[in-house]
Ligand binder design. Structure first.
Ligand SMILES: [Zn+2]
Length: 262
């Protein structure tokens, strides 16, 4: 038995032993779907710009066009993407009763499209947008697709104000209600699976540690080391899109190849 196989077996035992596991997912779970990790250097998205000058709340107020130009390739990648085997494995684990909740830092909605039902998007979502002037909230998909295609910034159909996608920008608070639900889920779980997150973005990345402080077990599957590796029961430094389906199979969860977007 190789060390990797033994780690996987140990993770499967922990998963079988609890009915209250949650997953905490980051950009690494979506890279296999072709979505760049926009917070990491080398992804190409920051090469010619400073995050605070394009993707902060202040920058958006003054120059929404700069934000939109920056987000355009990311939004295009998200709309091209389909869920990968890791997203489907998580949906299968939930359907099989092995997983309660997915807490995600991602804004791509691939968990929902793979069939996950209880998903907490603590960094928001590109699927909705809010008018900066009248605060009305809109489904964003059509206007964003038009923007990707023709470059015209999405405007409010009621008052003409600029629409801001419901993603959390730098300087912006995390969504209060969703973050509270995520914290509750972390405090009540028996096991956290950290999947494709290097746990670098606070305060979100503090949630798995809060769970550990409440007595939860910890399994980390990520290419890179994290600050919690030494606290984990199992650490697998590998591609989550490869490892997670194997883990789901070990606990008997049936993975389907569906994409629920219609
Ligand atoms: Zn408006």
């Amino acid at each position: 038995v190789t060390a990797a196989a033994a780690s996987l077996q140990r993770a499967a035992e922990l998963l079988r032993a609890t009915h209250s596991a949650i997953a905490f997912t980051g950009a690494g779970i979506s890279t296999a779907s072709g979505i760049p990790d926009f917070r990491s250097p080398g992804s190409g998205l920051w090469e010619n710009c400073n995050p605070l000058e394009v993707a902060s709340l202040t920058a958006f107020r003054h120059h929404p066009e700069r934000f939109y130009e920056w987000v355009r390739p990311l939004a295009a990648a998200i709309y091209r993407a389909v869920p990968n085997p890791a997203h489907r494995a998580l949906a299968a684990l939930e359907a099989a009763g092995h997983l309660r909740t997915v807490i995600t830092q991602n804004i791509d909605a691939l968990h929902q499209r793979a069939g996950s039902r209880r998903v907490l998007e603590i960094h928001g979502t590109l699927r909705m947008a809010t008018c900066r002037e009248c605060r009305r909230v809109f489904e964003a998909e059509r206007s964003l697709l038009e923007f990707i295609h023709d470059g015209v910034i999405p405007l409010c159909s009621e008052c003409g104000g600029v629409l801001k996608p419901n993603v959390i920008l730098f300087e912006e608070q995390l969504p209060v209600v969703v973050f509270h639900q995520a914290r509750e889920a972390a405090h009540q779980c028996g096991l956290v699976l950290v999947l494709g997150s290097s746990l670098e973005v606070m305060p979100a990345a503090g949630l798995p540690l809060e769970a550990v402080h409440q007595g939860a077990r910890l399994v980390i599957i990520n290419n890179e080391p994290t600050y919690l590796d030494e606290r984990a029961d199992v650490v697998i430094h590998s591609d989550v899109a490869q490892v997670l389906p194997e883990l789901a199979c070990l606990v008997g969860a049936q993975i389907y190849g569906e994409d629920t977007r219609d």
